[in-house]
Design a protein around this ligand. Sequence first.
Ligand code: HEC
Ligand code: HEC
Length: 500
Amino acid sequence: MLIGVLVPVAVLLVIVAVSGHQITFIPNGTFFGNPNGASETYSTTGEGVDLTGPFFQSLGTNGRSCGSCHQPSDGMSVSAANVQQRFLQTQGHDPIFRTNDGSNCNHSIDVSTLAGRSAAYSLLRTRGLIRIAIAVPASADYRVVAANNPYGCNESDVISMYRRPLPSTNLRFLSAVMFDGRESSASTGTTKILYSNYPPSLLNDLAHQSVDATTGHAQGDGSRPTPNEQQEIVNFEMALSTAQIIDNDAGRLDTHGATGGPVPLTTQPFFISVNSSVHFLLPQFEQPGGLVTPGDGQFTPAIFNPFDSWASMPAMSPRAAIARGQAIFNSKAINISGVAGINDDVSAGGLVAGGIPSLMGTCATCHDTPNVGNHSFPTPLNIGTGDPDPSNLAANLGGLDVSYLPSITVCKLDLATNPPTPTSNCKTTTDLGQALIDGKFAHVGKVKGPILRGLSARAPYFHNGSARTLMDAVHFYEVRFGLALTPQEESDLIAFLSVL
Ligand code: HEC
Ligand code: HEC
């Protein structure tokens, strides 16, 4: 049986770590079981994942490594189920359970008892969330007027938000590093990733990120990673490709003409704005100085093609369902409105975004990198995944329940008064997104769309883990965008997302 073969691989890693026989290498071709089948992380260097490099070493002071939150078994992120299993196995002592950012808040907590640890790490255990605390920039054109945090982190100068570890794989396709792009931003001394500076910009941003991650998550003293170790970490990350390789119902995803699994990703052509829908619609939004790139005018919504050849399979077969789901993703019309970053006219925001009141697009309009699904040009968007919903009405209708998150209210400042005073133009959100990096009110709640490969290995979804399943994520699009899908279409789309 498939699962009989697969599950022991995942369990093995845990068992050997406990018994002291350290596994040091995961050869290419190793499959890691997950609820929908298995994923594979493939390395173009060294024929596998070397578990002895700096990525897996404790470089700080609290025992954590990058691997604490970026696990090969979980598509280089970490699923909430994996975190909960580690909690049970170690009684909450695994290094991922640290109070600097692993607990719901870092003050007024008691982690001396098992019950205390269970409560303190509840968001990490149940949603796989890490607390990201970021100071409001001094230059912000807004003021935080309320920060209601259910766990006590109510400070209004440093805002606590809760985010999922982004996968540290398939990084060759990134157009921005971190959900809020803070490792690719002039505001933090890093570099915005453009056609003209890629890939050096990306490589520099990733090196910078490895330093910040060590001082932040691992409470390092700044001495490590050394420049050599930074280089090793970036080389390690850039060599990785991850995708689902086996589906419980459809079997291997690289047979019968299909090109699923990680290996085809290693030769997937990419450059910044390779297929940018926004660039296509709004040329002024993209390359500074109107730079012409080979991607100009080239937009195609046929983003994914690995399962094209399964379209001719018998309609009842799991493979045909996946092919139908792929077609829905590529072509089903979705009315995009109210999305900051596309539909607003943000004349104050530096780069002028959007200005199209409503746009008939597809899933592919925002997830446009071919066979990968992030945006091929940095395009932070607010699709409403972080909107608070006090009545919880949307959740009842199939929308997202974000009641476990803080509620943060910011008001735009009137800069003509001295000192500037808050206006009545206010927004309430659970995550300030890009606005906390560049200080712009217009950027409240904007985050990047992540790469859509390896989804089955890393539930829950969205930056705040509010979609526990892919079904929840699809329901969100139905509620938020009025997307009408039949039950058959829903299940086909989910079958497709599960095999990415
Ligand atoms: C305690 C958990 C944790 C540890 C330890 C950790 N990370 Fe992360 N990582 C995260 C979270 C959470 C995010 C997303 C945060 C955000 O966007 O604000 C992230 C994001 C990233 C990203 C961005 C990927 C993308 O798509 O933008 C990279 C790369 C990354 N981490 C690499 C590393 C490296 C290298 C290390 C070790 C030096 C490390 N991480 C240690 C939790 C962790
Ligand atoms: C208007 C732009 C837009 C459209 C249209 C769109 N998405 Fe998204 N998608 C995003 C953004 C932005 C995110 C990140 C949101 C977050 O993390 O809170 C995202 C996140 C996701 C995620 C979660 C990924 C993860 O790693 O957590 C999935 C799954 C997804 N989208 C699937 C779809 C599907 C399926 C469709 C079509 C029905 C679709 N998207 C249409 C912008 C869009």
